[in-house]
Design a protein around this ligand. Sequence first.
Ligand SMILES: [Zn+2]
Length: 261
Amino acid sequence: MTQDIRAADIKPTYENISAICPSCKQHNVYNRASDIGHFRAISNYRVICLNGECGAFFYVVGDLINPGHEMLLLDSWSFFREKRYIQAVLSAATAYEFFFAHFLRVELLFRPNLRDIDFSVDEIQWLNDHAQLLIKKTQRHAFEDMRRLFLRVALDRHKLTSRAAAAGYIAGLPKKPGAVLRREVESIANLNRSKLLLRVVEAEIAQLRNKVVHKDALRPTRENTEQAITNAYETIFALGTHFKIGDTDYHLNESREDAAP
Ligand SMILES: [Zn+2]
């Protein structure tokens, strides 16, 4: 007898996917790092039910293809609905940090590579080498340093017209990024951009996160959490749209026009 293999819709999060087994109705959680073995979006992926007495195979469908920062924001809202406000705040703060780091990769690596007119360079080699350098320069940075770098690069991105310009920029990144002054952001000619970047200047999610994770182990209220994560959600989604930030695959295949500063 051939086994009837069925499909199940999944509930995706940044870290896991979960699905109800079509045979025994058990709620199964599959970890992307440990059970799936990769972090790409899953489509028609065959899994085995984790209920040892069932063990049915089925296909999981309907994964999200959002970039990581958006998935973390969606996770944050799931935690909020479950009244897990601590986790909601942690996810939203991490979404900011993920977005800052990803933005730096896009603007300092992918886009200068695409804008360059020297076609003789081994692009993958160049990207790998400079990604390593960027990691080295930023790996010890906490939220505030990453916020400063993000704002600085958002102001300077028009200068990053070639691989050489980007390489010089990365090499020159200071150990301790200097503050970006409010008036520098306010004087950006593009008003929409200026407003969005000011929201980043004013974001207080990191202070709230610190109270949650440090010795006070603050349990934030519904109101505090909702305000902080709504702010993060709206700001990060709008920044992603404004600067056309997608996932890594999107940027590896981005058009030259979209990569224009
Ligand atoms: Zn089952």
